[in-house]
Write a protein that binds this ligand. Structure first.
Ligand code: GDG
Length: 458
């Protein structure tokens, strides 16, 4: 079996226990343990002046190699092109895109830096698996350094349709660089199709059969590999958490009211203002629901250094305040707005407690919270998932109540339907969703991707 080299912006860390790490990290670490390999990523540290050499740690068959980044390089790469340009572009938010040539150059420079570090430790038959939009240019940089390895990219975010991608200056070059990968994996067939179309229409690639495209000397395969979760593991976590003190504390604080729960990084792609508005709409239209429901939104602060993210936070603070002021009574406020990170086992308990899981992104590659909500439910008394059609997860979780996130009235109607749903229907919908999640786990996702990547060599 070929050795594996994984590259991602943030790395799973040696000390991190399976119990607290997310399902994806565990799935990738398992692959490294089995095949032997290295995980390369940013150390989380920025330095002034020239960064020192990469640092490495080894535990058994896994090595971790991390790089510090110079402050200005990090800013251009991470805050600039990756999160200020590519993130909004991939989430179809043209109005939020910022673009500076220097940031694109900084992005390429950081991709080069990673390529040089990886080239130092690469053996000829290593499989290289790169993650996400931070590294679109990495394979091209590795090829320039002579790497002939099989190199795959998995994009966790949506891929924009050609007409949207066209807004990005110099998109042809970025597409050509992406074609230096042997395989590019996407969350959905729609994303995979958008990539193929973009490569053909905007960069002049030709179809080469079996989902592959030819561009100049290179052939790149594209396919969908929807990310899964550790379904049984998360279900067990939720069972164990059901009686944990934190879960009991939340349950007691509800005083018999029904919990509607949202959990998201505080990000404009997650549709939080619209979600708050839908809760308000529910209370407006269904006055009998007042005092009987509590909406808890957990949203740990993310990318707080970016202006758009700070503005969103301010907007939500105001909105929550206004809605609470409109409906609250002395012993009840409809919205609980929490910007803190909750430990993973506690989160599992909260998800199990919630009668409704409310997931309404305006666009999302997959959305793992939707899947975790389903896995956390009590099979006897499962809650209902209300899910945006624009999350990749909606392709698989067809038995959820699917909503258009911009349709405030529609989301409010779905909430009412979820709250009123008879137990038999809840069980039926939950069982259908759970069957999908048992089939497509994080481990299955990883194996499918690695098999496809290995096959690109044959
Ligand atoms: C990207 C794509 C794609 C959230 N709050 C807390 C917490 N979380 C955990 C959730 C979940 C993860 O973070 C978030 O994953 P999502 O998939 O929902 O969203 P992104 O962060 O945007 O992830 C997305 C994903 O990559 C994987 O490919 O699905 O579309 O955007 O696991 O549970 N975990 C803890 N405390 C929190 O407060 N412990």
């Amino acid at each position: 079996m070929a050795r594996l080299v994984i590259v991602s912006n943030r790395v799973g860390s040696p000390g991190r226990e399976a119990r607290t790490a997310g399902g994806l990290v565990v799935a990738l670490q398992d692959a490294l343990r089995r095949r032997g390999g290295i995980w390369v990523g940013w150390s989380g540290d920025v330095v002034d002046g020239e960064p020192g050499p990469p640092r490495s740690v080894r535990r058994g068959r896994i090595g971790w190699v991390t790089l510090d980044l110079e402050r200005e390089a990090y800013r251009a790469f991470y805050e600039g092109f990756a999160n200020g340009t590519l993130w909004p572009l991939c989430h179809y938010r043209l109005g939020l895109i910022g673009f500076r040539r220097a940031e694109l150059e900084g992005y390429r420079a950081v991709n080069e830096t990673f390529a040089r570090a990886i080239a130092e430790l690469l053996r000829p038959d290593d499989l290289v698996w790169v993650h996400d939009y931070h590294f679109l240019s990495l394979a091209a940089a590795l090829r320039r350094l002579g790497a002939a390895n099989r190199i795959g990219l998995f994009l966790h975010v949506p891929f924009p349709a050609p007409e949207v991608l066209r807004a990005l200056p110099d998109h042809q070059r970025l597409l050509r660089e992406t074609a230096a990968y042997d395989l590019v994996g996407f969350q959905t067939r729609g994303d995979s199709r958008a990539f193929a179309e973009g490569l053909e229409r905007l960069a002049g690639a030709e179809p080469a059969g079996r989902g592959r495209l030819r561009l100049g000397e290179r052939t790149v395969a594209a396919d969908a590999f929807p990310v899964g979760i550790d379904t049984e593991g998360f279900a067990r976590l939720a069972v164990a958490a059901a009686t944990a003190p934190e879960t009991v504390r939340l349950a007691e604080s509800l005083a018999g009211r029904t919990l509607i729960l949202g959990v998201d990084r505080l990000d404009y792609s997650k549709g939080l203002p619209g979600r708050f508005a839908a809760v308000a709409e529910l209370l407006e239209r269904q006055p009998q629901r007042r005092r009987t429901v509590t909406f808890l939104q957990i949203a740990p602060i993310s990318r707080g250094e970016l202006r758009q993210y700070r503005a969103l936070r301010g907007e939500l603070d105001q909105l929550a305040g206004r809605i609470n002021a409109r409906f609250a009574e002395v012993d009840w406020t409809p919205i609980r707005w929490v910007n803190r990170t909750v430990p993973r086992p506690v989160l599992a308990g909260y998800l199990r407690l919630a009668r409704v899981g409310l997931v309404t992104p305006l666009r999302d590659g997959m959305n793992l919270v939707a899947k975790e909500y389903v896995a956390a439910q009590d099979p006897e008394r499962p809650g209902v998932l209300v899910l945006s059609r624009l999350a990749g997860a909606a392709d698989e979780l067809e038995s959820a109540l699917l909503v258009d996130p911009l349709d405030t009235e529609g989301v409010a109607e779905a909430l009412e339907r979820a709250l009123a749903m008879p137990l038999a229907e809840r069980r039926e919908r939950w069982a259908a969703a759970m069957a999908v999640l048992r089939e497509n786990t994080a481990a299955r996702w990883r194996e499918r991707f690695l098999e496809a990547l290995e096959a690109t060599g044959s």
